[in-house]
Design a protein around this ligand. Sequence first.
Ligand code: ASP
Length: 310
Amino acid sequence: MPSPIIVVHGGAWAIPDEVCQAHQQGVERAAAAGWRALERGATSLDAVEDAVAAMEDDETFDAGRGAFLNRDGRVQLDALIMDGANLKAGGVGCVERLLNPVRAARVVLEKSPHLYFVAEGAERFASENGLRLIDNSELILPREIERWKSAAEQRYLKVPEEFRGGRGSHDDSHDTVGAVALDRHGNIAAATSTGGTLNKAPGRVGDSSLIGCGCYADNDTAAASTTGWGEPMMKLVLAKWATDRVTADVAPEQVAPATIHYLYRRLNGQGGIILLDCEGRVGIAHNTPRMAWAWCSQSASQSGLRFPAS
Ligand code: ASP
């Protein structure tokens, strides 16, 4: 049986020097949280949930508290979690009153015959299943109010990216978080969580929480989590595109760069991906200047802001 491993990312973009340390420490802490779960014998599903929740709790990232504000000045969060052993999945979109959307997604996976809940219905379902509802203001940081104000001013001066084809630029912050893990039973899982894109239209859902777009897991192929401008990734159903290409002969290490190449060739897209199969083979790739990533296994752990590590 292959040894357990967890791989996480904390977004792919031109992460500025002054926030590099926070990003690297954040992904290291998340990988360690996921690893603790794997080490005590928990499932890969538990591990990706704990790793992603750690990054939702970390204000560095565009997930949970500290996420970007939408055009109305509110935080709206999306998350998905998926179990590769049985293809069970749970997702929430446009939630405004949950500290940890990935935990709400897990509750959907465990307790609902449905796969995806949005907005008040998602919050109600989470609350009925024991998650605390908070006020949206608890998710908002002064830093993000400043960022939102300057983005709103700039939008008066330039045509928004989404009307120019939705490509985005690697200067736009993309701090979405995600994790993929393999447990001691040989099962893989994936989770992704995000506040979406800065100044997004209220109600907009990106790739991150859509099954097969920003997240996917299937023991027969691989587990994937993506980050970057969501619209191109949705059009390409990118996470499923990637996992479908992993076979005994074609390793995640080859498929991850091919996936990002496909994203760029087909739609000029920019972003990154983490990919893991049941053999414990790992693929990490991005075409942005930086992507925060980390992994942890029995024998070693590693993290960085560029891959291959330099
Ligand atoms: N993919 C996310 C979205 O478009 C953004 C990101 O990865 O940072 O909502």
